[in-house]
Write a protein that binds this ligand. Structure first.
Ligand SMILES: [Zn+2]
Ligand SMILES: [Zn+2]
Length: 146
């Protein structure tokens, strides 16, 4: 009860921004605007067994993974990139760390079974390249993501 009240006060002072539209989320709507959620597209089967991208037909791997090797065993993707690209870009380069709660909730709700099935030793985020981090102040959101 006290935590909920504290969150309401914080939300009034510092409104949570929607990862999809980047506008303040109405109190009670959760981690993103209810109207924005249908704009997100999720990947479905079949997917590349290496990187997790959607593929067509009976192929096991996407053309990229069929032609080159990667430094990871398996990747799983949740979103159709174009539908969430603006959120990812702002999360990585524009200081919108508050989106982490939304991404974490989405991953735990929709990928938990896949992750358990793979029994990974650990989950690690892909860190930003140090040159990109150094240039973070100069990175601007491309116009096609606005
Ligand atoms: Zn929104
Ligand atoms: Zn692939």
């Amino acid at each position: 009860m006290l935590v909920a009240l504290w969150e309401m006060v914080l939300n009034l002072l510092f409104p949570r921004r929607c990862p999809i539209c980047d506008e303040p989320v109405r109190i009670g709507e959760g981690l993103a605007c209810a109207a924005c959620l249908p704009r997100i597209s999720y990947l479905g089967e079949p997917t590349c067994l290496k990187c997790g991208k959607n593929i067509a037909g009976d192929a096991e791997f996407c053309p990229d993974c069929a032609e080159r090797s990667h430094h990871f065993d398996r990747g799983i993707a949740l979103f159709e990139y174009q539908s969430i690209a603006g959120a990812v870009y702002r999360f990585k380069y524009s200081g919108r760390q508050e989106y982490a709660e939304f991404f974490g909730a989405e991953i735990s709700q929709k990928l938990a079974d896949d992750i358990r099935r793979l029994k990974p030793d650990c989950l690690i985020p892909v860190p930003i390249h140090k040159k990109r981090l150094q240039a973070e102040d100069t990175i601007k959101l491309p116009s096609w993501l606005r």
